[in-house]
Design a protein around this ligand. Structure first.
Ligand code: NAP
Length: 243
């Protein structure tokens, strides 16, 4: 039995990753911060497909809550094999209209939250000299979209963090990679106006938005032992928008 923690798994990409990893045989910790009912539905889906796991309420931008989640997971299952650092938010605004509270909350979750979870999970992975960390980045970590300075900066940080941690943790048998999706059909995208969606679609060679399940398939691949020589990579999957 392998154990995976997926942060922000109550919906969207995190939900798809949790369901996919359960199908791959992982016992899955479905983390969420507010959406208890949605997280329970994800766990029900996992269990009705024959999988196992638990929901876990923790704000991953809070170090004490992250420590408790990792401790409780380790106590319950005795090991942590995979961390998917996925919980993230978008706070788009042009620089001159930027609200500093939005800047802080984005940095706290999208950057510091990833550090907190990676550090606490790695402390457990060290013990067994094996583990995989997958960070959910975004094509915005490389692509410059007006209005996304904060989000882009956080995802650029995730890309750098991925590469450095791969170097630091490799000798302990821990692989660290990132997935950088383009526009994926989740609530994050549903919040865009139809006009904005059309504008983005024009720039996507595949002329459609991606599906959360397609992101989960890349996560499943990176987690798999079959791809055990891949570390420190940011895998872009964006329908070609960054070309
Ligand atoms: P989403 O649909 O908005 O879901 C976000 C998830 O994160 C929810 O489960 C939410 O649960 C959880 N969450 C939010 N704040 C949290 C916190 N402080 N602690 C723990 N969980 C928290 O987002 P998504 O579109 O699936 O995006 C997931 C990740 O993919 C993000 O890192 C995002 O940047 C990245 N991404 C998304 C796209 C896209 O097009 N959708 C593209 C590229 C990258 P609660 O409601 O319980 O808080």
């Amino acid at each position: 039995m392998k154990v995976a923690i997926v942060t922000g798994a109550s919906r969207g990409i995190g939900r798809a990753c949790a369901v996919r990893l359960a199908k791959d045989g992982y016992t899955v910790v479905v983390n969420y911060s507010r959406s208890e009912e949605e997280a329970s539905k994800v766990l029900d889906e996992i269990k009705s497909a024959g999988g196992d796991g638990m929901t876990y309420k923790a704000d991953v931008s809070d170090l004490a809550q992250v420590k408790q989640m990792i401790r409780d997971t380790d106590r319950k299952y005795g090991q942590i094999d995979l961390l998917v650092n996925n919980a993230g938010i978008v706070r788009d605004a042009f620089l001159l209209a930027l609200n500093m509270d939005d800047l802080s909350s984005c940095m706290e979750l999208n950057v510091k939250g990833y550090f907190y979870c990676a550090q606490q999970a790695a402390l457990k992975m060290f013990r067994r000299r094996q583990g995989v960390i997958i960070n959910m980045s975004s094509v915005s970590g490389e692509l410059a979209l007006a209005g996304q300075s904060v989000y882009s900066a956080t995802k650029g940080a995730v890309n750098s963090l991925t590469r450095v941690l791969a170097k630091e943790l490799g000798s302990r048998g821990i692989r660290v990679n990132a997935v950088a999706p383009g526009f994926i059909e989740t609530e994050m995208i549903n919040a865009l106006s139809d006009e904005k969606k059309e504008e983005y679609l024009k720039d996507i060679p595949l002329h459609r938005f991606g599906k959360a399940e397609e992101v989960a398939a890349v996560v499943s691949m990176l987690a798999s032992d079959e791809f055990s020589y891949i570390t420190g990579q940011v895998i872009t999957m964006d329908g070609g928008i960054s070309l």
